[in-house]
Structure formats: structure tokens, C-alpha cells
Design a protein around this ligand. Structure first.
Ligand code: KIV
Length: 262
């Protein structure tokens, strides 16, 4: 995918959108070679790359560093960068400055969690020439208000609220939205009701696409096994085995061999 128009045509043609997170150039290059459609420079970088317990430590500067690296690895792919915690809560000018920095670093769009209290900011960014992807359902930046990473929209009132927010997001000009950790019955209704595509994570198979965290679907994070993640490779075992072989070869005096020496 190269532009926002490709998202609209994917929905129209019933083509599933494949999105992965990426944080650096080498993994972005491999994801391009694997044929994923678009990349998300997620603030999940704070957890899977920087080892923090949540995403709140992300800053615009750090997201820009990751975005620049991902752009180098994926020069032609559509890249979305996460607007970090609180960056849309300090007024339109601040949000436009932050989003502008991410676009200058190489993103083509920004992703914003939630709509309540900053719908006007979303509309302002779109009107300023910055494509916005929404993010509804479980909002990791609100983990302290939510009290954890639980499935959202389970009861009738919460489901109705999410449907309302999705409609408002579309009206504000968002070109797509992530739905995170919502029952598939609800994501099916939202996906049906919206003209813009939905991209699910823990939201079932009725969305117009799926996004997963790179380290999760490659099994690089062995202790983390939520229900919605499928491990498509045992990356941790691969890394451990390779590192053990390297250490053993060095200790046994078998690396470097003559052919690996000058
Ligand atoms: O930061 C991230 O990786 C995300 C995905 C979970 C959608 O927002």
C-alpha cells in the first residue's frame, strides 16, 4: 500500500489489509520482502524494544527516531506512526507540531488513541493535511484509567459508545481505524457500519485487516501469550540457538576459522 486511497480500495474490493508493527530498518526490510501491506511504528516500542511495562514513556522525538529507521528499511511502503501519550491533549497547535515531526521523519499518517475530548484535534490534523488512523476499544495509553489490558465494549452501553465513537471518528476524517480487544460481534457491526476500513487486533476476523506486534507474532517475546496472538514462528528459540552456537564456537576456539580470517 502506498497511499490512503489504497485503504479505501482494499475495503471496497474486500481485500484484507495486513499490517505489522516495525521499529527499525532491518525488520522493516524483511517485512517488505514478506509482502505485508503497511507498517505501524507503534508506541509498543516502549514495551517490546525498550523493555518498559507500558507505552507511556514514548515521546515524539523517540517515535521520530524509530519512524526514520523504519522508513529507511521500507522506502515505498505506507507507514503510520503512533502519536505518543498526551500528544493530542495539549491543543491543536501542539498536536500538529508532533504529527508534523512524525511525517517529516517518514510517516504518511499518524494513529491516535480514542476520540473523547480530542475529536476536534483529529479533524484539525486531517484538515492540515495529516492523515489520521483512529484506535478504538482497548487504549493502551489509558491503561491506568482502565485498570489493565481488558477486552472493551462487552456490555450494551459500552458497545453503543464504541459504535458512536467509530462514527464520530469517520466524520472527523479518519481514513481507517484500529479496533483493539473488542468482541468480534461488535467489531463485525462497526466494520459493517463504517465506510472506512477497520484493522483489528484481538477483534476477531470480521475486520477489514489485522495488525499484530512484530515480536508477538514471531514468538520473540516468549512470556507473552495473550489469546489473540498467534505465534507464526518460534523466534526466541531461533535467537537462543544461534547465540548459544556462537558462544560455544568462540569458547571452543572454532570461531573464527581460517576462512573467516584475513
Ligand atoms: O503500539 C502498537 O503497537 C499499537 C498496536 C497494538 C495496534 O498501537
Amino acid at each position: 500500500m502506498k497511499t490512503v486511497r489504497d485503504f479505501a480500495s482494499a475495503k471496497k474490493d474486500c481485500r484484507q489489509i495486513v499490517m505489522s508493527t516495525a521499529y527499525d530498518a532491518w525488520s522493516a526490510r524483511l517485512l517488505v520482502e514478506a509482502g505485508v501491506d503497511c507498517l505501524l511504528v507503534g508506541d509498543s516500542a516502549m514495551m517490546v524494544v525498550h523493555g518498559e511495562k507500558d507505552t507511556l514513556g514514548a515521546t515524539v522525538e523517540l517515535m521520530a527516531v524509530h519512524t526514520r529507521a523504519v522508513r529507511r528499511g521500507a522506502p515505498d511502503l505506507f507507514i503510520v506512526a503512533d502519536m505518543p501519550f498526551l500528544s493530542v491533549r495539549k491543543g491543536k497547535a501542539h498536536a500538529a507540531g508532533a504529527a508534523g515531526a512524525l511525517l517529516r521523519a517518514g510517516a504518511q499518517a499518524v494513529k491516535i488513541e480514542g476520540v473523547r475530548g480530542h475529536l476536534d484535534v483529529i479533524q484539525h490534523l486531517v484538515e492540515s493535511g495529516i492523515p489520521v488512523m483512529g484506535h478504538l476499544g482497548l487504549l493502551p495509553q489509558s491503561v491506568n484509567v482502565l485498570g489493565g489490558y481488558a477486552v472493551q465494549g462487552r456490555d450494551v452501553a459500552a458497545a453503543a459508545r464504541l459504535q458512536q465513537e467509530a462514527a464520530e471518528l469517520q466524520d472527523a476524517g479518519a481514513f481507517a481505524t484500529v479496533l483493539e480487544c473488542v468482541p468480534q460481534r461488535l467489531s463485525r457491526i462497526v466494520t459493517h457500519d463504517l465506510d472506512i476500513p477497520t484493522i483489528g487486533i484481538g477483534a476477531g476476523r470480521h475486520c477489514n485487516g489485522q495488525v499484530l506486534v512484530f515480536h508477538d507474532f514471531l514468538g520473540l517475546n516468549p512470556g507473552f501469550r495473550p489469546r489473540f496472538v498467534r505465534r507464526f514462528a518460534d523466534g526466541a528459540a531461533l535467537v537462543r540457538t544461534g547465540a548459544r552456537k556462537y558462544a560455544a564456537a568462540v569458547r571452543a576456539g572454532k570461531f573464527p576459522a581460517p576462512r573467516e580470517s584475513f
